[in-house]
Design a protein around this ligand. Sequence first.
Ligand SMILES: C[S@@+](CC[C@H](N)C(=O)[O-])C[C@H]1O[C@@H](n2cnc3c(N)ncnc32)[C@H](O)[C@@H]1O
Length: 155
Amino acid sequence: MSRLESHIRRCQAQCKCIERAAELMAELPGPLLELGLGNGRTYSHIREHLPGREIFVFDRQIAAHPDCIPDGDHIFLGEIAETLPLAVERFAGRIPLVHVDLAPEVIREIAAQLPRLLCPGGIALTQAEARTEGLLPLELPEGVAPGRYFIYRAD
Ligand SMILES: C[S@@+](CC[C@H](N)C(=O)[O-])C[C@H]1O[C@@H](n2cnc3c(N)ncnc32)[C@H](O)[C@@H]1O
């Protein structure tokens, strides 16, 4: 598979997994978290599929498309190792969806904090495995290859 095809499949997997996650947590109240705002593409997709929801974003720098930059009250700017514990303190047990679009080693480092953020039944969507106590892996949508994305439910 060419790198272009691999990139396209990753984007398709992100779209499908965000849409599945949105269905799974649609009835759960609370703010959503986007860890790794980047260009804002996945933030924009989450916003489209969960309109009207409050979304907080995390990144060490803001370099997103201007349409995808929330106001300053909804940005956690800095290293995730420093900002995520602040979010855990503020939102403990109240988050219905956290999307983590960070490098695998960073995801491994922060995985144990994800169940502390989530409300019962809340969903963590991660681009690398986040095996940790309190997160139950769910089936991927049809057409998403195993290992390409990960969906977990807080148990
Ligand atoms: C793969 S990109 C995110 C892409 C984005 N979700 C999108 O769809 O456009 C990862 C982002 O995470 C940020 N990032 C990576 N490691 C980080 C860390 N340790 N702390 C904070 N931000 C980090 C990078 O600056 C980058 O913007």
